[in-house]
Design a protein around this ligand. Structure first.
Ligand SMILES: [Zn+2]
Length: 244
């Protein structure tokens, strides 16, 4: 039975990898073996901290994009966060900024720093994202975009338990070269993405504002309203893959 499970897990993973590469919706483009079925999209219970949150200032939920598997909602709390260790001379500012950002978002969702990368949900890496140059087809010039300070990426996987759970994991590259204020502002913004806010606010008073500002804003009531609305949405993440 174990081998059978592995075989199908591998199959699902390959299919998942394929449709993420091709950008297809999970209901299209391929078929799974008859005996395994994807979980239907359902909403998870709201974490208590979000359930108790009430604020009338509005949100920017219409700017949030669901993934092919639904909204990027965590459902197994606390969310486990790992920080890449550094040497003593450089470690302080970078990890302090991330720990401050974790403390600020912890008011709304249970978060916990862990020392093992293997079991972490969100992994922070101490490096600047690569600059991806491209060729402008019309005038054949090389376009080199402005260097970015951070990049958050998610990937889907099957969490190995019986039955397996459709899960996601984030990795965030955060430059160690910014000053303390901007490292914190960027860490707060990227952690907002990793907690589910997969989109940007049009207002510069929100932590998830689309551009970097000289004075990074704190988490705003609109950020939390948006987060709460995301956590009310249905998702296929966090549910069991079932034998049918
Ligand atoms: Zn962003």
């Amino acid at each position: 039975m174990k081998n059978w499970g592995r075989f199908f897990s591998l199959g699902i993973l390959l299919h998942l990898a394929l449709f993420f590469l091709l950008g297809n919706s999970p209901s299209l483009g391929y078929s799974l073996p008859n005996s395994v079925s994807f979980p239907p999209a359902r909403s998870h219970p709201l974490p208590l901290s979000l359930e108790q949150w009430q604020n009338p200032t509005g949100d920017y939920f219409d700017r949030i994009e669901p993934t092919p598997l639904g909204y990027l909602v965590w459902s197994d709390f606390p969310v486990k966060i790992y920080l890449e260790p550094g040497d003593r001379s450089t470690d302080q500012k970078w990890s302090k900024a991330i720990r401050d950002a974790i403390a600020q978002w912890s008011v709304y969702l249970p978060l916990q720093e862990v020392t093992e990368q293997e079991n972490a949900d969100i992994i922070w890496l101490r490096s600047r994202p690569p600059t991806r140059a491209r060729i402008d087809r019309e005038n054949r010039q090389l376009i080199i975009p402005r260097a970015r300070n951070a990049e958050a990426k998610y990937a889907f996987y099957l969490r190995s338990q019986t039955p397996p759970i459709l899960a996601h994991r984030f990795s965030i590259l955060l430059s160690p070269d910014q000053n303390a204020t901007h490292t914190l502002g960027t860490a707060r913004h990227e952690l907002g993405h990793a907690l589910g806010i997969w989109g940007h606010s049009p207002l510069e008073t929100d932590a998830l504002y689309e551009a970097q500002t000289s004075n990074p804003p704190p988490i705003s009531p609109r950020d939390v309203n948006t987060l709460r609305k995301i956590y009310e949405q249905p998702t296929q993440l966090g549910w069991e893959i079932a034998d049918s």
